[in-house]
Design a protein around this ligand. Sequence first.
Ligand SMILES: [Zn+2]
Length: 378
Amino acid sequence: MSYRREEVDLGMPSPGVRQSLVFHRYGDPGARPKAYIQASIHADEIPAMMAAHHLLQLLHAADSRGSIRGEIVLVPYANPIGLGQWIDDRSLGRHELRGGLNFNRSWPDLEEVAADRLDGSLTDDEEANVSCIRKTLLTLLDERQNRHLLDRKRHALLRESLTADYVLDVHCDDEALLHLYTLPQHWEEIGDLAAELGAHVVLLDEGGSIQAFDEVNSRPWLVLQRRFPKRPIPLACVSATVELRGRADVSDALGRQDAIAIHRYLTRRRLIADALPDVPALTCGPTEIEACEVPRAPAAGILAYKVRLGSEVEAGEVIAELVDPYATPGAARLPIRASAAGKIFTRRSDKYVLAHHPVAKIAGKTALAGGRAYSGED
Ligand SMILES: [Zn+2]
C-alpha cells in the first residue's frame, strides 16, 4: 500500500477554533503523471463530496492491488471554512461570510508574474522547461503573504495542484444536468472524461477574468506558450471544473457512478494500472462559453417554469413566467424568453427571485449577438 493520509493544520482563526484540510495520497511522491482531485470548494455543493467518498474506496482498492501508478491526491472537502457557515439553519458555502468573496473566484493569478520571472530562463529542452515552470509557480505562490485563514487554505490547495498533470475541481450547480468547464485547448483531453460522466454539456472557456481554480492551474501554461513562442512549452496541466448535476442530486448510487467514471479516466491516463477501459462514445460536443446564455429575471417574483432540464428551446421561446405576488387578479405574467436556440442545462431550485437573478443556463450553438451573456458570478 502506498496510501498516506495527511492532515494540514490551517491554524486557529479565532480562539478555540482550529481548521484543517485532509489530503489522501496514493503512489510515490513526485511520480508521474500526477492527478489532483478536490471536492466542494463551494462547500454547499454536496454531490462532489459524495463522489469523493466513493472515489476514496475505489482508490484504496486499486492501491491494495498495487495498481497505483504515478501520484494521486484526493481532497475530500476543500472548504472547511464554508462547511462551518450556517445561517438560519441553511448551509451557506458559496461566499466567505467574512468578506463576501466567492470561494471559487480570485484565486492567486500567477501567470503574468511567472512569465516575467521566467524571461531568459527557458531553453529548447521541453522537459526542463516544465520542471522550471512548476518550480517557479511554487516559488511565486510561496512568496505571497497569507494573512487570513482563506489565504492559507488556498495556498495549501494550490501548492498541491500546481504540480499536477491533471486537476479536477468537482462542484455542482443548482438544479442541473451534469456539465463541465475546461479550456478550449483541453477539449481533446477532457472529452472522454465528459463521456464517462455522461455529461450533457462541456463549456469551453479560455478564462482569464474570474480566476477560478481550474483556470489558475491550466492557464499559466497557455500564457507562457504565447509569451515564449520559440520555446517548447506544453500545456502541462489539464484541468476541468466538473459540475455533478444539482445540489439535491446526492445519493450513493450517483456518487459511486461518478467515482467509477473518474476512476476509469485515471486508468486511461495511466495513473491506475488496470486493464484499459474502452474509450466511451461522446455524450455531447463542446459549447463555446460565448454561446451560453443566462436569461435573467426582469423583476422580483415567483418563477413558473415552462421548460425542464434538457429541453431544447427555440429562439424567443418562453422558458418561464414571472408571477408578481403583488399583482391584482388577471394581471399579465412577465415572460422570460430564450434569445437563441439551445439546451436548458440549469434551472433555479429556489423559485423566488429578485431582479437580475439568473433563471437558467442555455447551451446554444453559436456565439450570442451582443457578446457574452455568461458572467463570472453565475
Ligand atoms: Zn461550485
